[in-house]
Design a binder for this molecule. Sequence first.
Ligand SMILES: Nc1ncnc2c1ncn2[C@@H]1O[C@H](COP(=O)(O)OP(=O)(O)O)[C@@H](O)[C@H]1O
Ligand SMILES: [Mg+2]
Length: 375
Amino acid sequence: MRYFIGLMSGSSLDGVDAVLVEIGEGGAQFKLLASSYLPFSTDIREALLALQSRGFDEVQRVTQAANQLMVVYADCVLDCLKKAGIPSQQIIAISAHGQTVRHRPEFGYTLQINNAALLAELTDIDVIADFRSRDIAAGGQGAPLIPAFHRSAFGQLGETRVVVNIGGIGNISILRADGSTSGFDTGPGNILMDSWIMQHQSQTYDVNGAWARQGKVNRALLEHLKDDAFLRQAPPKSTGRELFHAEWLEQKLTQFNDVSPTDVQATLCALTAHTLVDAIIAYAPDVHRVFICGGGAYNTMLMDTIKLALDAQTTQKVRPHVSVDSTEVLGIAPNHVEAMGFAWLAYRYTKRLTGNLVEVTGASGERVLGALYPR
Ligand SMILES: Nc1ncnc2c1ncn2[C@@H]1O[C@H](COP(=O)(O)OP(=O)(O)O)[C@@H](O)[C@H]1O
Ligand SMILES: [Mg+2]
Protein backbone atom coordinates (compact mmCIF):
# COMPACT_ATOMS: atom_id res chain seq x y z
CA MET A 1 0.00 0.00 0.00
CA ARG A 2 1.35 3.37 -0.93
CA TYR A 3 -0.24 5.93 1.39
CA PHE A 4 0.85 9.54 1.26
CA ILE A 5 -0.41 12.69 2.93
CA GLY A 6 -0.26 15.93 0.96
CA LEU A 7 -0.35 19.26 2.81
CA MET A 8 -0.88 22.51 0.99
CA SER A 9 -1.15 26.04 2.30
CA GLY A 10 -1.02 28.54 -0.52
CA SER A 11 -0.73 32.25 -1.08
CA SER A 12 -4.38 32.91 -0.19
CA LEU A 13 -3.30 32.39 3.47
CA ASP A 14 -6.69 30.81 4.13
CA GLY A 15 -5.51 27.66 5.87
CA VAL A 16 -4.21 24.15 5.27
CA ASP A 17 -5.67 21.56 2.91
CA ALA A 18 -4.67 17.96 3.58
CA VAL A 19 -5.39 14.75 1.72
CA LEU A 20 -4.55 11.15 2.52
CA VAL A 21 -4.20 9.33 -0.78
CA GLU A 22 -3.30 5.92 -2.01
CA ILE A 23 -1.04 6.23 -5.03
CA GLY A 24 -0.90 3.26 -7.37
CA GLU A 25 2.36 1.76 -8.64
CA GLY A 26 3.67 3.99 -11.40
CA GLY A 27 1.94 7.02 -9.91
CA ALA A 28 -0.92 7.03 -12.41
CA GLN A 29 -3.76 6.18 -10.01
CA PHE A 30 -4.91 8.17 -7.00
CA LYS A 31 -7.49 7.22 -4.46
CA LEU A 32 -8.60 9.75 -1.85
CA LEU A 33 -9.03 8.10 1.55
CA ALA A 34 -9.53 11.16 3.74
CA SER A 35 -9.20 14.91 3.67
CA SER A 36 -8.98 17.67 6.20
CA TYR A 37 -9.02 21.46 6.15
CA LEU A 38 -8.00 23.75 8.97
CA PRO A 39 -8.45 27.49 8.48
CA PHE A 40 -5.70 29.65 9.94
CA SER A 41 -6.49 31.51 13.13
CA THR A 42 -6.44 35.29 12.75
CA ASP A 43 -3.12 35.32 14.65
CA ILE A 44 -1.36 32.98 12.24
CA ARG A 45 -2.86 34.62 9.16
CA GLU A 46 -1.72 38.05 10.33
CA ALA A 47 1.75 36.79 11.21
CA LEU A 48 2.10 35.17 7.79
CA LEU A 49 0.71 38.22 6.01
CA ALA A 50 3.15 40.51 7.84
CA LEU A 51 6.02 38.28 6.68
CA GLN A 52 5.09 38.80 3.04
CA SER A 53 6.95 42.09 3.09
CA ARG A 54 10.07 43.41 4.80
CA GLY A 55 9.97 44.00 8.51
CA PHE A 56 11.72 43.97 11.86
CA ASP A 57 13.44 40.82 13.19
CA GLU A 58 12.33 38.64 10.32
CA VAL A 59 14.49 35.65 11.30
CA GLN A 60 12.80 35.26 14.67
CA ARG A 61 9.33 35.87 13.24
CA VAL A 62 9.84 33.45 10.32
CA THR A 63 11.05 30.61 12.53
CA GLN A 64 8.29 31.14 15.10
CA ALA A 65 5.61 31.28 12.40
CA ALA A 66 7.02 28.09 10.85
CA ASN A 67 6.79 26.31 14.21
CA GLN A 68 3.19 27.49 14.67
CA LEU A 69 2.39 26.35 11.14
CA MET A 70 3.73 22.86 11.93
CA VAL A 71 1.19 22.50 14.74
CA VAL A 72 -1.61 23.17 12.24
CA TYR A 73 0.01 20.79 9.72
CA ALA A 74 0.29 18.07 12.38
CA ASP A 75 -3.37 18.54 13.41
CA CYS A 76 -4.40 18.13 9.76
CA VAL A 77 -2.30 14.96 9.47
CA LEU A 78 -3.78 13.45 12.63
CA ASP A 79 -7.31 14.33 11.49
CA CYS A 80 -6.72 12.55 8.16
CA LEU A 81 -5.30 9.45 9.89
CA LYS A 82 -8.29 9.35 12.23
CA LYS A 83 -10.85 9.76 9.46
CA ALA A 84 -9.20 7.08 7.30
CA GLY A 85 -8.55 4.74 10.24
CA ILE A 86 -4.96 4.26 9.09
CA PRO A 87 -2.06 4.19 11.59
CA SER A 88 0.85 6.56 11.05
CA GLN A 89 3.28 3.65 10.44
CA GLN A 90 1.47 2.89 7.20
CA ILE A 91 2.06 6.34 5.73
CA ILE A 92 5.10 6.40 3.47
CA ALA A 93 5.55 10.15 3.71
CA ILE A 94 3.96 13.50 4.35
CA SER A 95 4.45 16.11 1.65
CA ALA A 96 4.79 19.50 3.34
CA HIS A 97 4.83 22.45 0.98
CA GLY A 98 5.37 25.11 3.65
CA GLN A 99 4.22 28.71 3.44
CA THR A 100 5.72 30.92 0.76
CA VAL A 101 6.97 34.20 2.19
CA ARG A 102 9.22 35.16 -0.73
CA HIS A 103 9.31 33.97 -4.31
CA ARG A 104 12.23 35.58 -6.14
CA PRO A 105 13.51 33.20 -8.82
CA GLU A 106 15.19 36.20 -10.48
CA PHE A 107 17.45 36.38 -7.40
CA GLY A 108 17.91 32.61 -7.31
CA TYR A 109 15.63 31.74 -4.40
CA THR A 110 12.15 30.99 -3.18
CA LEU A 111 11.31 30.58 0.49
CA GLN A 112 8.60 28.36 1.89
CA ILE A 113 8.79 28.58 5.66
CA ASN A 114 8.53 25.14 7.18
CA ASN A 115 10.04 23.00 9.92
CA ALA A 116 10.06 19.49 8.51
CA ALA A 117 12.11 18.19 11.44
CA LEU A 118 9.45 19.34 13.88
CA LEU A 119 6.64 17.90 11.74
CA ALA A 120 8.44 14.52 11.62
CA GLU A 121 8.77 14.73 15.41
CA LEU A 122 5.09 15.64 15.92
CA THR A 123 3.71 12.95 13.59
CA ASP A 124 6.35 10.17 13.59
CA ILE A 125 6.09 10.06 9.80
CA ASP A 126 8.72 10.76 7.11
CA VAL A 127 8.39 14.32 5.85
CA ILE A 128 9.37 15.51 2.38
CA ALA A 129 9.68 19.27 2.00
CA ASP A 130 11.38 22.01 -0.02
CA PHE A 131 10.06 21.07 -3.44
CA ARG A 132 10.85 24.30 -5.25
CA SER A 133 14.53 25.07 -4.56
CA ARG A 134 16.03 22.44 -6.83
CA ASP A 135 14.18 23.70 -9.88
CA ILE A 136 15.41 27.23 -9.18
CA ALA A 137 18.96 25.93 -8.67
CA ALA A 138 18.61 24.43 -12.16
CA GLY A 139 17.68 27.83 -13.55
CA GLY A 140 13.91 27.44 -13.39
CA GLN A 141 11.11 29.49 -11.88
CA GLY A 142 10.43 26.88 -9.18
CA ALA A 143 6.77 27.30 -10.06
CA PRO A 144 4.23 26.24 -11.05
CA LEU A 145 5.02 22.62 -10.11
CA ILE A 146 1.47 21.34 -10.42
CA PRO A 147 1.24 20.93 -14.25
CA ALA A 148 3.05 17.55 -14.19
CA PHE A 149 0.43 16.24 -11.76
CA HIS A 150 -2.38 17.74 -13.83
CA ARG A 151 -1.05 15.85 -16.86
CA SER A 152 -0.92 12.63 -14.88
CA ALA A 153 -4.38 13.03 -13.32
CA PHE A 154 -6.35 14.87 -15.99
CA GLY A 155 -4.53 14.50 -19.33
CA GLN A 156 -6.28 12.89 -22.28
CA LEU A 157 -4.43 12.12 -25.52
CA GLY A 158 -6.33 13.41 -28.56
CA GLU A 159 -7.94 16.30 -26.64
CA THR A 160 -6.38 19.57 -25.54
CA ARG A 161 -7.38 20.33 -21.98
CA VAL A 162 -6.56 23.32 -19.82
CA VAL A 163 -6.57 22.96 -16.05
CA VAL A 164 -6.96 26.28 -14.27
CA ASN A 165 -5.89 26.51 -10.63
CA ILE A 166 -7.33 29.54 -8.87
CA GLY A 167 -5.53 29.94 -5.57
CA GLY A 168 -4.17 33.25 -4.35
CA ILE A 169 -2.44 33.39 -7.73
CA GLY A 170 -3.92 31.91 -10.90
CA ASN A 171 -2.07 29.36 -12.99
CA ILE A 172 -2.90 27.22 -15.99
CA SER A 173 -1.68 23.84 -17.21
CA ILE A 174 -2.04 23.19 -20.92
CA LEU A 175 -2.38 19.45 -21.54
CA ARG A 176 -2.10 19.20 -25.31
CA ALA A 177 -3.73 16.55 -27.46
CA ASP A 178 -0.26 15.29 -28.50
CA GLY A 179 0.77 14.61 -24.88
CA SER A 180 2.97 17.69 -24.40
CA THR A 181 2.40 19.92 -21.38
CA SER A 182 3.06 23.55 -20.58
CA GLY A 183 1.85 25.99 -17.96
CA PHE A 184 2.52 29.22 -16.11
CA ASP A 185 1.18 31.68 -13.56
CA THR A 186 -1.34 34.02 -15.15
CA GLY A 187 -1.54 36.70 -12.43
CA PRO A 188 -3.94 37.33 -9.57
CA GLY A 189 -6.33 34.57 -8.55
CA ASN A 190 -8.19 35.31 -5.30
CA ILE A 191 -5.59 37.55 -3.62
CA LEU A 192 -6.93 40.94 -4.69
CA MET A 193 -10.61 40.06 -4.20
CA ASP A 194 -9.80 38.66 -0.74
CA SER A 195 -7.82 41.72 0.23
CA TRP A 196 -10.48 44.18 -1.03
CA ILE A 197 -13.38 42.51 0.80
CA MET A 198 -11.29 42.33 3.97
CA GLN A 199 -10.62 46.05 3.72
CA HIS A 200 -14.28 46.99 3.10
CA GLN A 201 -16.38 44.29 4.74
CA SER A 202 -13.98 42.58 7.17
CA GLN A 203 -14.57 39.20 5.53
CA THR A 204 -11.74 36.86 4.57
CA TYR A 205 -13.29 36.18 1.16
CA ASP A 206 -16.29 37.04 -1.00
CA VAL A 207 -18.49 33.97 -0.43
CA ASN A 208 -19.64 32.66 -3.84
CA GLY A 209 -18.69 36.03 -5.30
CA ALA A 210 -21.99 37.47 -3.96
CA TRP A 211 -20.55 40.96 -3.39
CA ALA A 212 -18.87 41.07 -6.81
CA ARG A 213 -22.21 40.04 -8.36
CA GLN A 214 -23.85 43.18 -6.96
CA GLY A 215 -21.33 45.43 -8.69
CA LYS A 216 -20.74 46.53 -12.24
CA VAL A 217 -17.44 46.02 -14.04
CA ASN A 218 -15.71 49.33 -14.71
CA ARG A 219 -14.16 48.84 -18.17
CA ALA A 220 -11.62 51.66 -17.87
CA LEU A 221 -10.43 50.37 -14.51
CA LEU A 222 -10.25 46.81 -15.85
CA GLU A 223 -8.01 47.94 -18.73
CA HIS A 224 -5.84 49.92 -16.30
CA LEU A 225 -5.46 46.86 -14.03
CA LYS A 226 -4.55 44.70 -17.02
CA ASP A 227 -1.85 47.16 -18.01
CA ASP A 228 0.91 45.40 -16.10
CA ALA A 229 4.36 44.14 -17.10
CA PHE A 230 3.87 40.68 -15.58
CA LEU A 231 0.59 40.17 -17.39
CA ARG A 232 2.25 41.05 -20.71
CA GLN A 233 5.36 38.92 -20.10
CA ALA A 234 5.71 35.67 -22.08
CA PRO A 235 6.11 32.38 -20.16
CA PRO A 236 7.91 30.80 -18.38
CA LYS A 237 6.75 33.04 -15.55
CA SER A 238 5.60 32.82 -11.96
CA THR A 239 4.52 35.33 -9.38
CA GLY A 240 3.25 35.79 -5.86
CA ARG A 241 2.34 38.29 -3.20
CA GLU A 242 5.47 40.35 -3.84
CA LEU A 243 3.79 41.62 -7.00
CA PHE A 244 0.03 41.36 -6.56
CA HIS A 245 -0.83 42.79 -3.15
CA ALA A 246 -2.98 45.47 -1.54
CA GLU A 247 -0.49 48.26 -2.38
CA TRP A 248 -0.43 47.24 -6.07
CA LEU A 249 -4.20 47.70 -6.09
CA GLU A 250 -4.09 50.91 -4.09
CA GLN A 251 -1.63 52.37 -6.57
CA LYS A 252 -3.80 51.33 -9.52
CA LEU A 253 -6.89 52.86 -7.90
CA THR A 254 -5.44 56.33 -7.38
CA GLN A 255 -6.98 57.56 -10.63
CA PHE A 256 -10.28 55.77 -9.94
CA ASN A 257 -11.43 57.24 -6.63
CA ASP A 258 -14.99 57.58 -7.88
CA VAL A 259 -15.51 53.85 -8.50
CA SER A 260 -17.60 52.31 -5.69
CA PRO A 261 -16.05 49.51 -3.59
CA THR A 262 -18.69 47.11 -4.94
CA ASP A 263 -17.80 47.95 -8.54
CA VAL A 264 -14.10 47.54 -7.71
CA GLN A 265 -14.85 44.03 -6.42
CA ALA A 266 -16.77 43.21 -9.63
CA THR A 267 -13.83 44.54 -11.66
CA LEU A 268 -11.29 42.48 -9.66
CA CYS A 269 -13.37 39.39 -10.32
CA ALA A 270 -13.34 40.26 -14.03
CA LEU A 271 -9.55 40.84 -13.87
CA THR A 272 -8.93 37.31 -12.60
CA ALA A 273 -11.32 35.82 -15.16
CA HIS A 274 -10.01 37.85 -18.12
CA THR A 275 -6.31 37.27 -17.41
CA LEU A 276 -6.98 33.51 -17.23
CA VAL A 277 -9.06 33.48 -20.41
CA ASP A 278 -6.57 35.70 -22.29
CA ALA A 279 -3.79 33.24 -21.35
CA ILE A 280 -5.87 30.28 -22.52
CA ILE A 281 -6.71 31.89 -25.86
CA ALA A 282 -3.10 32.99 -26.44
CA TYR A 283 -1.38 29.75 -25.49
CA ALA A 284 -4.00 27.04 -25.96
CA PRO A 285 -6.03 28.19 -28.96
CA ASP A 286 -7.05 24.60 -29.74
CA VAL A 287 -8.48 23.96 -26.26
CA HIS A 288 -11.44 21.58 -26.11
CA ARG A 289 -12.22 21.56 -22.42
CA VAL A 290 -11.35 23.69 -19.41
CA PHE A 291 -11.35 22.33 -15.84
CA ILE A 292 -11.13 24.57 -12.80
CA CYS A 293 -9.66 23.81 -9.39
CA GLY A 294 -8.48 25.71 -6.31
CA GLY A 295 -10.72 27.70 -3.99
CA GLY A 296 -11.72 30.04 -6.84
CA ALA A 297 -13.74 27.17 -8.33
CA TYR A 298 -16.27 27.77 -5.51
CA ASN A 299 -16.70 31.42 -6.49
CA THR A 300 -19.75 31.03 -8.74
CA MET A 301 -19.54 34.64 -9.94
CA LEU A 302 -15.94 34.05 -11.02
CA MET A 303 -16.88 30.78 -12.76
CA ASP A 304 -19.74 32.53 -14.61
CA THR A 305 -17.42 35.36 -15.68
CA ILE A 306 -14.80 32.90 -16.98
CA LYS A 307 -17.47 31.07 -19.01
CA LEU A 308 -18.79 34.31 -20.51
CA ALA A 309 -15.32 35.64 -21.34
CA LEU A 310 -14.30 32.36 -22.94
CA ASP A 311 -17.53 32.18 -24.95
CA ALA A 312 -17.05 35.76 -26.16
CA GLN A 313 -13.48 35.04 -27.30
CA THR A 314 -14.20 31.68 -28.88
CA THR A 315 -17.26 32.91 -30.78
CA GLN A 316 -15.23 35.81 -32.17
CA LYS A 317 -12.73 33.32 -33.52
CA VAL A 318 -15.55 31.13 -34.92
CA ARG A 319 -14.51 28.15 -32.90
CA PRO A 320 -16.64 25.52 -31.24
CA HIS A 321 -17.91 26.10 -27.72
CA VAL A 322 -15.36 25.26 -25.03
CA SER A 323 -16.78 23.51 -21.95
CA VAL A 324 -15.86 24.81 -18.50
CA ASP A 325 -16.26 22.52 -15.49
CA SER A 326 -14.86 22.05 -12.04
CA THR A 327 -12.31 19.20 -11.71
CA GLU A 328 -15.03 17.47 -9.68
CA VAL A 329 -16.35 16.03 -12.97
CA LEU A 330 -12.96 14.29 -13.38
CA GLY A 331 -13.20 12.82 -9.89
CA ILE A 332 -11.11 15.22 -7.79
CA ALA A 333 -12.73 18.04 -5.80
CA PRO A 334 -11.21 21.47 -6.57
CA ASN A 335 -9.93 21.98 -3.02
CA HIS A 336 -8.08 18.63 -3.03
CA VAL A 337 -6.17 18.95 -6.29
CA GLU A 338 -3.11 20.85 -5.14
CA ALA A 339 -2.61 18.84 -1.93
CA MET A 340 -2.93 15.68 -4.04
CA GLY A 341 -0.40 17.08 -6.47
CA PHE A 342 2.11 17.56 -3.66
CA ALA A 343 1.41 14.03 -2.36
CA TRP A 344 2.19 12.87 -5.90
CA LEU A 345 5.44 14.87 -5.91
CA ALA A 346 6.40 13.15 -2.63
CA TYR A 347 5.67 9.80 -4.29
CA ARG A 348 7.94 10.86 -7.17
CA TYR A 349 10.67 11.77 -4.67
CA THR A 350 10.49 8.35 -2.98
CA LYS A 351 11.01 6.75 -6.42
CA ARG A 352 13.71 9.29 -7.31
CA LEU A 353 11.62 10.37 -10.26
CA THR A 354 11.69 13.94 -11.53
CA GLY A 355 8.88 16.36 -10.67
CA ASN A 356 9.41 19.51 -12.71
CA LEU A 357 8.72 20.11 -16.40
CA VAL A 358 11.30 22.17 -18.27
CA GLU A 359 8.62 23.52 -20.65
CA VAL A 360 6.87 24.96 -17.59
CA THR A 361 9.57 26.28 -15.26
CA GLY A 362 12.35 26.91 -17.78
CA ALA A 363 14.85 24.84 -15.75
CA SER A 364 17.83 23.41 -17.62
CA GLY A 365 16.64 19.87 -16.93
CA GLU A 366 14.22 17.66 -15.07
CA ARG A 367 15.13 17.13 -11.43
CA VAL A 368 14.09 15.08 -8.41
CA LEU A 369 12.35 17.63 -6.15
CA GLY A 370 12.30 17.69 -2.37
CA ALA A 371 14.32 16.80 0.72
CA LEU A 372 13.59 14.01 3.18
CA TYR A 373 13.36 14.27 6.98
CA PRO A 374 13.00 10.67 8.16
CA ARG A 375 10.62 9.74 10.99
N1 LIG B 1 -17.31 29.57 -1.55
C1 LIG B 1 -16.34 30.40 -2.00
N2 LIG B 1 -16.65 31.54 -2.63
C2 LIG B 1 -15.71 32.39 -3.07
N3 LIG B 1 -14.40 32.18 -2.92
C3 LIG B 1 -14.01 31.06 -2.31
C4 LIG B 1 -14.94 30.10 -1.82
N4 LIG B 1 -14.23 29.08 -1.26
C5 LIG B 1 -12.93 29.39 -1.39
N5 LIG B 1 -12.78 30.58 -2.02
C6 LIG B 1 -11.53 31.30 -2.35
O1 LIG B 1 -10.48 30.39 -2.38
C7 LIG B 1 -9.40 30.82 -1.57
C8 LIG B 1 -8.62 29.64 -1.09
O2 LIG B 1 -8.20 28.92 -2.24
P1 LIG B 1 -6.96 27.96 -2.22
O3 LIG B 1 -7.09 27.06 -3.40
O4 LIG B 1 -6.84 27.32 -0.88
O5 LIG B 1 -5.78 28.96 -2.47
P2 LIG B 1 -4.25 28.88 -2.01
O6 LIG B 1 -3.68 27.70 -2.71
O7 LIG B 1 -3.67 30.17 -2.43
O8 LIG B 1 -4.29 28.70 -0.51
C9 LIG B 1 -10.04 31.66 -0.50
O9 LIG B 1 -9.15 32.60 0.03
C10 LIG B 1 -11.18 32.33 -1.29
O10 LIG B 1 -10.71 33.45 -1.95
MG1 LIG C 1 -5.40 27.52 0.61
